[in-house]
Every structure is written in structure tokens, then in C-alpha cells.
Design a protein around this ligand. Structure first.
Ligand code: NDP
Length: 447
């Protein structure tokens, strides 16, 4: 078995040696999926995984735009169309200075499995740019988004590829991107998700990733006759996913004690209640401020500069910021402080060493491709509503979201329960995600 995995990974490394994040994501999948393939004749010897690690299409393009001082700026734009076996490519756009082909390929690869897990007909893709939205005026953001879409529009469409938001791309950016798409194509269509409510967006889409991550944590805890109620929760990030994860923890009776951004974390021992969370939402989404400003409003809280919140004692940890933000040392600290459950809101926030530590300790651990799938699932629901030209109520969408998260949890149990009864959610999510895509690829032949 080890030989099969090694041979496969050596081949992938040969082609993608300079892409560490992508190799990390592929390795995690290969280690759980190859043993499954070897045991199942219908998949064995068909090089399905080798086909899945090669993007169907990788688009890279120049984005030139003019800043407020009249200077011409040049950024690089990307769209990775990874796999369309079960539906149009679907996945977010990330605007962040660290964006490169490796990061987007890892995200697109993860997205294929995640979208499959939702049971909705969506293939996997991801895109974005090394553009840094921090400190830019609204006009600069608009000019950049328009320039970005003036190339991307050729490659996407409601039945081809439907992008959404991710880090640095929220409601404001989706609006500007949609405006330019509509102008260039001269059609009003559901080509992007995360749209405003008055022009085709879905209720609950902004909340969905964070809510879903907490629904998933609740399902995991229920397997141990536990729940979020009364638990102390540490959350990283303070963007879209972190904010709504915090909101759902409060709904379920938990206590949130941290939030963070790339400069450090705030610790509020008294708990971040609904009023304080409202302050954070205003600070981050409207004023576009930094999380350290929280302590000016709530002086009993502390700001810890340059650190991640994993040193704070908690029952539940929700990493909701970015990839590789929680390493082996952080995991060991969480475990020694009594953490019993980790549900990833971000994509691949835990390093390989951290995941191994959680598995060795046999705590509840959910990989992002399962626990944060609520966002793309609700994007799928937005696409359905656009096609039907109807809008479902908040309750209807939330019920569907809850149902989808429960189904993903059940699929993880089906494929991930070990002989000793421990649920390996990484294995479960990888195999359940793989099976549906692999079956479609086999049915469609070698294309
Ligand atoms: P936002 O841009 O709204 O927020 C990102 C947050 O993470 C900010 O607080 C940001 O801080 C912090 N962050 C970003 N990069 C770093 C870094 N290198 N180190 C420390 N903190 C960092 O993004 P989202 O909330 O939408 O996304 C967060 C994560 O969730 C990402 O991994 C994304 O891929 C994943 N995700 C998002 C979905 C969605 O629906 N939005 C769906 C599924 C997954 P700062 O402002 O300082 O950069």
C-alpha cells in the first residue's frame, strides 16, 4: 500500500514540485483514498486520482488597473477549472497578496471533494488574484474588480463555471464583478453566488459557512452525547466565516472567547456576546478596521500581538482564518488544555502534524472539506433559486443547510469509522467525496 501511495506522490511531485500547498492537499487525500481504490476493482488501475490532480484547465491572466493616484498597477488573475465531472466548476475567488498557482490548485482540488460531499451537482474550481484589498478605496476595489472580470467573463457562465467569494472577496466585490459581467455579456444570470438579496442572492448565504461549521461540530459532539451548549470556544479569523461561526456558537449556548486577524488575537474572558459581535461585524465589514480595535471598546479584553489563539484554554477550536494556521505545537497545546473538538471553518488550516496529533489523541476533528461545505452548498441553493427564478425563505434555506451538513456528517461516519469505532472524518470525507466524482468520471469515459 505504502508503495502505491509513494509511487503516486512521486509522480505528482515530479510535475508540481514547486507547489507545497497543493502537494500537501494531494498527499492527505492520497493516503486515505489509495487504500480504498486498491480494495475496489472498479476504481483500481484506471488512474482516476492521477486524472483528478491535473486541472482540466488553468487560466492565468494580466489584470491592469489605475489606482487613485493615477499609477498603473498590474496584478495576476487566475481561474483553476479543476473537475467538471458532476457539474459546472464551482468555487470562490480569493484576493490576497499570497495568492499563487499552488494555493489556488490546493483550494480547487479540495473544492472537488467538498462539492461532491454536498450531494449537489457542482464540479470544483477556484480563482483569484495576488491583489491586496487592504487599504484600497472603494473606487480602487471597483476598478480592480472590473478589470479582473473583463478577462474572467470569457471563461465562466451559469452552466460552465460559477465563482463565489473567499478571502478578500465579499458582497462588495461580488457586486462589482457581477456588474461588469452583466455589462459584457448583456445578460442577467446567476453566474456568481454571494450576490445581494435584491439581485439574485440567497438568504443565509453570508452566514452559511460559519453556521455549517458549527452545525458540523454539534453533530460530532452529539456522537459523544455532548453539545456546543456551555462550551468555551476559540475562533481564529474575524472575517465572514469567523463572524458567523461565532454567531451560531452563541445561538447554541456556547461561549466565544477569541477572534483574530493576521496581526494577532483578542481574548475576552467574559465572552464575546451578541452586542460585542455586532461591534466586530461593523468594525470589519463597514469600517474595515483591525481586530485590535476591539480592546478600545471592551477594555477588559486583551489583544495579543503576533500570535494565534490556540494557546487559550477551550473545549472547542474553530480555525476560520487561513491555510496552515494551526501547527503541531498549537495542536499539542490545545490538547493539553483539554480541547475535545476541532471543526475547520477555513480550508486546510491544520498542518499535517496537527491533524496527526488530533488523530493520535482521538478527539473529534473535522477537515474543512466536510465542515465548511455549508458555504458552497448554500451557493448551490442560490444557483437553484436563480434557475427557478424564486427566493426561498430564511427558514427554508437554513433547513436545507442543516440537512446537507447532517448528510455530510453521515457520509463521514459511513466511510470513516475505524475498526475501534473512532470516526476518522478526514478519511470519511475524502472517500465519500471521491466515490461520487470517480463514478461520474468512469461513466463519462477518458476525456
Ligand atoms: P475573509 O476575507 O472574510 O476573512 C479572512 C480572515 O482571516 C481575516 O480575519 C484575515 O485577517 C484572516 N487571515 C487571512 N489571511 C491570514 C493569514 N495569512 N494569517 C492570519 N490571518 C489571516 O475570508 P473568509 O472568512 O471568507 O475566509 C476564511 C477562510 O474560510 C479561508 O480559508 C477560506 O478559504 C475559507 N472558506 C470560506 C468560505 C466562504 O464562504 N467565505 C467557504 C469555505 C471556506 P486579515 O484581515 O488580517 O488578513
Amino acid at each position: 500500500m505504502k508503495k502505491n501511495i509513494k509511487e503516486f506522490l512521486d509522480l505528482v511531485k515530479l510535475r508540481n514540485g514547486h507547489e507545497p500547498e497543493f502537494l500537501q492537499a494531494v498527499e492527505e487525500v492520497a493516503e486515505t483514498v489509495i487504500p480504498y481504490i486498491v480494495k475496489h476493482d472498479i476504481y483500481y488501475g484506471k488512474n482516476i486520482l492521477l486524472r483528478m490532480v491535473e486541472p482540466e484547465r488553468l487560466i492565468s491572466f494580466r489584470v491592469s488597473w489605475v489606482d487613485d493616484s493615477g499609477e498603473i498597477q498590474v496584478n495576476r488573475g487566475y481561474r483553476i477549472q479543476m473537475n467538471s465531472a458532476i457539474g459546472p466548476y464551482k468555487g470562490g475567488l480569493r484576493f490576497h497578496p499570497t495568492v499563487n498557482a499552488s494555493i489556488l490548485k490546493f483550494l480547487a482540488f479540495e473544492q472537488v471533494f467538498k462539492n461532491s460531499l454536498t450531494t449537489l451537482p457542482m464540479g470544483g474550481g477556484k480563482g483569484g488574484s495576488d491583489f491586496d484589498p487592504k487599504g484600497k478605496s472603494d473606487n480602487e476595489i471597483m476598478r480592480f474588480c472590473h478589470a479582473f472580470m473583463s478577462e474572467l467573463f470569457r471563461h465562466i457562465g451559469p452552466n460552465t463555471d460559477v465563482p463565489a467569494g473567499d478571502i478578500g472577496v465579499g458582497a462588495r466585490e461580488i457586486g462589482f464583478l457581477f456588474g461588469m459581467y452583466k455589462k459584457l455579456r448583456n445578460e442577467f444570470t446567476g453566474v456568481l453566488t454571494g450576490k445581494g438579496l435584491s439581485w439574485g442572492g440567497s438568504l443565509i448565504r453570508p452566514e452559511a459557512t460559519g453556521y455549517g461549521t458549527v452545525y458540523f461540530a454539534e453533530s460530532m459532539l452529539n456522537t459523544k452525547n455532548e453539545s456546543v451548549k456551555g462550551k468555551t470556544v476559540v475562533i481564529s479569523g474575524s472575517g465572514n466565516v469567523a463572524q458567523f461561526a461565532a454567531e451560531k456558537v452563541l445561538h447554541l449556548g456556547g461561549k466565544v472567547v477569541t477572534l483574530s486577524d493576521s496581526s494577532g488575537y483578542i481574548y475576552d474572558e467574559e465572552g464575546i456576546d451578541e452586542a460585542k459581535l455586532k461591534f466586530v461585524m461593523e468594525l470589519k465589514n463597514v469600517k474595515r478596521g483591525r481586530i485590535n480595535e476591539y480592546v478600545n471598546a471592551y477594555p477588559n479584553a486583551t489583544f495579543v500581538a503576533g500570535k494565534t489563539p490556540w494557546e487559550v484554554t477551550c473545549d472547542i477550536a474553530l480555525p476560520c482564518a487561513t491555510q496552515n494556521e494551526l501547527n503541531k505545537n498549537n495542536a499539542e497545546t490545545l490538547l493539553s488544555n483539554g480541547c475535545i473538538c476541532v471543526s475547520e471553518g477555513a480550508n486546510m488550516p491544520s498542518t499535517k502534524g496537527a491533524i496527526a496529533a488530533f488523530h493520535d489523541a482521538k478527539i473529534l476533528f473535522a477537515p474543512g472539506k466536510a465542515s465548511n461545505a455549508g458555504g458552497v452548498a448554500t451557493s448551490g441553493l442560490e444557483m437553484s433559486q436563480n434557475s427557478l427564478r424564486i427566493s426561498w425563505t430564511r427558514e427554508e434555506v437554513d433547513d436545507r443547510l442543516k440537512g446537507i451538513m447532517k448528510n455530510i456528517h453521515d457520509a463521514c461516519i459511513e466511510y470513516g469509522t475505524e475498526d475501534d469505532g473512532y470516526i476518522n472524518y478526514v478519511k470519511g470525507a475524502n472517500i465519500a467525496g471521491f466515490v461520487k466524482v470517480a463514478d461520474a468520471m468512469l461513466a463519462q469515459g477518458i476525456v
